[in-house]
Every structure is written in structure tokens, then in C-alpha cells.
Design a binder for this molecule. Structure first.
Ligand SMILES: C[S@@+](CC[C@H](N)C(=O)[O-])C[C@H]1O[C@@H](n2cnc3c(N)ncnc32)[C@H](O)[C@@H]1O
Length: 333
């Protein structure tokens, strides 16, 4: 009963936040008008065939365009647009944002025009939910970094899209699809500066199972399996980093065992203990920290929260800690 009330209050809080964002947008004299710049929708890349392996640039571009038309109202937008851009032009822009191997060309996705391509560090948040955290980071690093928010569930992808428009965030793009699929086929090697995961969903907790057992049994069924760590490693630039935050100590410890399974030579855990960060657990070469990751671990807007961060802070989960945040901070070897 008590938790029902708390859930309802969390949802009401979420709705209020949305209303405030829309109010802010309506009051903003310089707000983004998509009818004048429909090409900004190139920053919404939603896989039409999320389960199809290795498809050609042509097929992939057609799929992204189809998603924009069917899920994000592109046709209506173009009808109301003062610019002369057609669906065919959008297709060309999308296709220019992909290499022949169907890898994302991040700097092209973020370029306002095809002549204004600038290279900047690329940060990717996997499983971004409604994108609140990624949006705060992007705003804090405008002009210095690009942010890619990846999410599987369409309603949440749409939330991120709305956030990009309402908050006029030029250095954030949203990808709708599966993290493993994206990294396996559409991110070129050594192109990403930092991966982030906040409050990932843990695998099912089984009574009396060892951490090794859980790490092995959950393979393929939860996003942060050993394959995900190997794919992040391949996609990262030299000395690239990974920061994973969880409220669940059991899951944080399990991840140390998943990392071991992925390969002990992939990442190191630099010593970052200090005023706000303490060692919580160690397994093999890797450390689970407790505290707040802060800018040193890539959290530039360190006061940024997310839907699930606030939810767990209400103490609504028997597995999650309301106050403690556990995290892994890894550097590519
Ligand atoms: C517990 S939520 C956390 C969301 C957000 N990071 C936050 O802190 O509010 C985990 C998110 O990961 C997404 N997710 C799970 N598996 C995924 C996958 N394989 N690829 C992309 N996203 C995934 C879920 O849809 C969900 O939105």
C-alpha cells in the first residue's frame, strides 16, 4: 500500500517534470522550430529491423527513414516545413551519416550541414531510459563532446527525442535499438571515448547461486554480459573508459565476475579512492567503488539524476539501496 502511494507520487513527479519542460519550451523565444530545420531529425536513429543482422547502408538508411516517417511524424513535419527538404533529401543525409560498412559516422550525425563536420569525443550511454542523465551531460559539455543515448524501448526513445527538441540540445542524438546489435555491427572499432551505463537491469537473482554461476547463467539474457564488455572494449579508443553505476550491491559484485569472464586483459580499474569514493569490493584485477563517480569518471553534470535513480532513492526496491551508489570505472588496457 505504502509502495503504491510512493509509485504514484513518483509518476506524478515525472509528469510535473514533463509539464515544466514543455512550459519552458513554450516560453523560450529561441526555441527549436523543427518545421524550419527538419534535417535535425537525422539525430533520431531508430532501427526499423532491430533484430536483423548486418544490413547494407542502403537498407539501414531506408529503415531509419521509415522509422522517422512512421514513428516520429516526418511526413507531416515536411508538409508544414518552410524548407524545401524532401524525404529523399532526408534519406541522403541519413545515408551520409553511415559508412559503407553501415557504421555510424558520429561527426556527420551532429553536423548542422555536411560542410560543418567537426571531430569531438563520442560518449555513449547504453540503456538510457528517457535520457534525462545523458541530456544533462550533453548540456554540460556543449561544444566539447558528442553524446549518443541508446535505448531499446520505443516510448523511452521518443522521450529522448522530445528532450532533444524541447531543450534544444545540439550535441545529443538518440539511437533506438539493442545495445549488442548496435555495437556488433554499427560502431567502428576505436571510435568511442567513453561508455556509460546507469542503473542497468540486473539478471534474475537466484537464491544460493554463486556470483560465477549468475555471471555464466545470465549470458545472452541481460545487456551487460561478457560479450557487451568485449564489444565496448573493441569500440573504445586507446585508453577509452567505461563507467557503470548501480544501486544494487549484489549486481555490482556480479559484474566483477562478468568482467573476469569477458577477459582479464581488457580493462584496468584505476585507483580513484578519495573523499567521495571508497573501495567496496575487489575481484581479480577489478574494483567496485561506492560513492559518487563525479567528473573524474566522466559524470560532468554530477548532480544529474534519472528516472530510476530517483525511484530507488524513494526506497522502493528490496534489492536497490536508496542511498548508496556502487560503480565500476574501467580504462581500456
Ligand atoms: C532500469 S532502466 C534504467 C534507465 C536509465 N538509465 C535510468 O537510470 O533511468 C534500464 C534501461 O535499459 C534498457 N535496456 C535493457 N536492455 C537493453 C538493450 N539490450 N539495449 C538497449 N537498452 C536496453 C531498458 O529498456 C531500460 O530503459
Amino acid at each position: 500500500m505504502e509502495s503504491n502511494t510512493a509509485f504514484r507520487s513518483h509518476r506524478a513527479d515525472q509528469t510535473l517534470r514533463r509539464v515544466e519542460t514543455i512550459e519552458g519550451f513554450l516560453k523560450d523565444k529561441n526555441r527549436l522550430d523543427l518545421t524550419k530545420q527538419p534535417e535535425r531529425l537525422v539525430k533520431v536513429l531508430s532501427f526499423w529491423f532491430p533484430d536483423k543482422k548486418m544490413i547494407s547502408r542502403r537498407e539501414l538508411s531506408k529503415g531509419f527513414l521509415k522509422s522517422l516517417v512512421k514513428r516520429f511524424g516526418l511526413s507531416q513535419l515536411l508538409k508544414r516545413s518552410s524548407s524545401k527538404i524532401s524525404e529523399k533529401d532526408m534519406y541522403k543525409r541519413i545515408s551520409k551519416s553511415l559508412t559503407k560498412q553501415s557504421h555510424l559516422k558520429f561527426e556527420h550525425i551532429f553536423a548542422a550541414t555536411t560542410d560543418s563536420v567537426t571531430k569531438r569525443p563520442v560518449n555513449i550511454e547504453l540503456g538510457c531510459g528517457s535520457g534525462e542523465w545523458a541530456a544533462a551531460q550533453a548540456i554540460a559539455t556543449t561544444g566539447r563532446a558528442y553524446w549518443v543515448a541508446l535505448e531499446l524501448r520505443h516510448s523511452r526513445v521518443y522521450d529522448v527525442f522530445a528532450r532533444i527538441v524541447f531543450e534544444n540540445i545540439s550535441n545529443l542524438c538518440v539511437v533506438g535499438g539493442d545495445a549488442i546489435e548496435l555495437m556488433s555491427h554499427h560502431v567502428a572499432e576505436e571510435t568511442v571515448s567513453h561508455f556509460f551505463v546507469n542503473h542497468p537491469e540486473p539478471p534474475q537473482q537466484v537464491a544460493n547461486a554463486s556470483f560465477e554461476d549468475v555471471a555464466r547463467r545470465s549470458e545472452g539474457r541481460h545487456m551487460l554480459g561478457s560479450r557487451c564488455f568485449r564489444l565496448m572494449h573493441a569500440a573504445l579508443e586507446s585508453r577509452g573508459r567505461v563507467t557503470i553505476v548501480t544501486d544494487n550491491l549484489w549486481y555490482g559484485t556480479t559484474l566483477l565476475h562478468v568482467l573476469e569472464k569477458a577477459g582479464t586483459n581488457l580493462f584496468e580499474s584505476p585507483n580513484i579512492s578519495g573523499k567521495d569514493i571508497e573501495l567496496q569490493a575487489r575481484h581479480g584485477d577489478h574494483t567496485l567503488w561506492v560513492g559518487s563517480p563525479g567528473s573524474r569518471c566522466g559524470h560532468r553534470a554530477s548532480d544529474a539524476t534519472s528516472y530510476f535513480d530517483r525511484l530507488w532513492k524513494k526506497g522502493l526496491s528490496q534489492h536497490a539501496s536508496a542511498t548508496e551508489r556502487y560503480f565500476l570505472y574501467l580504462k581500456k588496457r
